[in-house]
Design a protein around this ligand. Structure first.
Ligand code: 4HR
Length: 498
């Protein structure tokens, strides 16, 4: 290292809070000596920390600009190489698996005629504030931005969809059939190693009031499962309707505002003690009588049993029957079962609700969805009947692992191009460009490497062909092509490469 006082310029990295790094070129002599020893100490495993007394002065600190001061350090320590708590990196193998999964999401959505959409990961907090006591609200990853706006990382995609549908207004013809695959966030203070982000696949139908909508959505998920090798032996769907609860509660003059709250409480059954559930139901003005009746209905697993209780003329039974009848036509009857205990944990569902579960009962719900006919008016828009589902990226991967159905997704670069001489690096670039122009994937060897190294790399990237650029062939406008599966080798004119 240059001696202190010498005028050797050095890259001076300043790590700021809020993930900003600035780099300035300063002469070494300008840096205080005791800090110098902390520059580029890459092998010392000191943890990175900020030093509050070292701050860059910022304009307006005394009042006019109210964003928080940015803390800086002017030494470089080895950073924590792990991603932030609860988040994941996707190195190449994981990224290939993720792309495989997402491609299946996308291909199935397109099979059903849905259009892809996306929204910002960051939304205004107000979009996600509902007053029904949902878990999603308690875990909202929200904060104030530097312009004092309350914002949140989206915990789900449906509110953004609703926002966009209202924004588009009458300019979009109904029904809308949209799908999205997006990262969603949650923030739990108590993180028992739990993840804070996941990707969710959503399909939504806006403008269809009939259960044909829900039937179509379930059909698309069944299609997806089949495509990835998951069968009716592995998973099923439990289906109910919130109208079942509505019809029971309507017998007991329960306030309208208690309905969503009751659903959120009931969704916690099996997760918290029954005594807690009852207490919470009493606190939202349900009588003991109503609670008893509710619990009786919630235990029902057959539609005939439900019909005996509620009668055959109500909407709940009617819609459920229609859905089971449509399932026969779609061909997925075996995949679905009525289960009155399914209510789902989101406040906005109004009708049919469903969830995908693994039949071994080891995993959390794989996906879930339902009808939400009144969400738009909660944002000040005109209501349009709607239904949709969310399908996370994590549980299905666990299931595939469990069933040993996880695919090998190999890296596939068809061609590896290599010059046999440093002077032919340009020629190799020409060859690679010709091939890429014809849509062929090429890994171009960018340094002079021994052939042994090239073969090893070819094997790693699963190349089918090795293209060698040697001087005698190149002088004739030719290259050597070796088919790696057979070892067959021949010469080809550069323009005739396919
Ligand atoms: C989850 C939900 C919402 C956001 C982030 C995560 Br991880 C897990 O179900």
């Amino acid at each position: 290292m240059a001696a202190a006082g010498a005028a050797t310029p050095c890259l001076h990295l300043i790590f700021h809070h809020h993930h900003r790094i600035t780099a300035t070129l300063r002469p070494f002599s300008a840096i205080h000596h005791h800090r110098l020893s902390l520059l580029f100490t890459r092998n010392k495993h000191r943890s990175f920390s900020t030093s509050p007394e070292i701050e860059t002065p910022r304009a307006g600190r005394s009042g006019s600009v109210s964003s928080p001061p940015v803390q800086t350090v002017d030494y470089v320590e080895k950073i924590d190489v792990n991603p932030p708590k609860g988040t994941r990196d996707f190195p190449p193998e994981e990224m290939r698996l993720r792309n495989w999964l997402f491609n299946n999401f996308r291909e199935v959505s397109r099979l059903f005629g849905f259009e892809e959409v996306d929204y910002p990961v960051l939304e205004t907090e107000a979009l996600f504030i509902r007053k029904a006591g949902e878990e999603i609200r308690d875990q909202l990853y929200c904060f104030e931005d530097r312009g004092n706006r309350r914002v949140a990382l989206r915990p789900e995609l449906t509110p953004s969809l609703a926002r966009l549908v209202i924004q588009k207004g009458k300019s979009v013809p109904l029904p809308i059939k949209w799908f999205a695959v997006g990262q969603c966030w949650r923030y739990e203070r108590m993180t028992r190693g739990r993840r804070r982000e996941h990707y969710q696949w959503n399909m939504d139908i806006i403008g269809v009031p009939d259960v044909t909508g829900e039937a179509e959505l379930i059909s698309s998920i069944v299609t997806f499962f089949k495509r990835i090798g998951i069968t009716v032996k592995d998973v099923g769907f439990k289906i109910s309707s919130r109208k079942v609860l509505q019809e029971v509660l309507s017998l007991y003059s329960v306030p309208e505002t208690s309905f969503a709250k009751a659903c959120i409480v009931i969704d916690k059954m099996g997760k918290i003690p029954m005594e807690e559930i009852k207490k919470e139901l009493i606190s939202i003005e349900l009588s003991n009588e109503a609670i008893e009746d509710l619990l009786e209905v919630l235990s029902m697993k057959s539609l005939t049993q439900l019909e005996e209780k509620l009668g055959g003329s109500g909407e709940a039974v009617g819609e459920l029957k229609q859905l089971f009848s449509l399932a026969e036509k779609f061909g997925y009857s075996e995949w679905i079962q009525f289960d009155a205990s399914i209510v789902r944990g989101l406040a906005y569902y109004t009708g049919i609700v469903f969830e995908g579960f693994d039949r071994e009962g080891k995993l959390r719900a794989i996906c879930g969805g339902g009808r939400y006919d009144r969400l738009l008016s909660t944002f000040g828009g005109d209501d349009i009947p709607a239904c949709g589902f969310g399908f996370g990226d994590a549980v299905v991967i666990e299931l595939l692992k469990e069933r040993q159905l996880l695919p090998e997704v190999p890296l596939e670069v068809e061609n590896i191009v290599c010059s046999l001489d440093p002077d032919l690096q340009g020629a190799a670039a020409i060859v690679a460009t010709v091939l890429r122009g014809k849509g062929q994937c090429v890994d171009l060897v960018l340094e002079n490497k021994p052939l042994k190294w090239v073969f090893k790399r070819a094997a790693r990237i699963n190349a089918r062909r090795l293209i060698l650029v040697g001087s005698s062939e190149w002088q004739r406008g030719m290259v050597s092509v070796k088919i790696l599966s057979t070892g067959v080798q021949f010469e080809v004119n550069v323009d005739e490469l396919e």
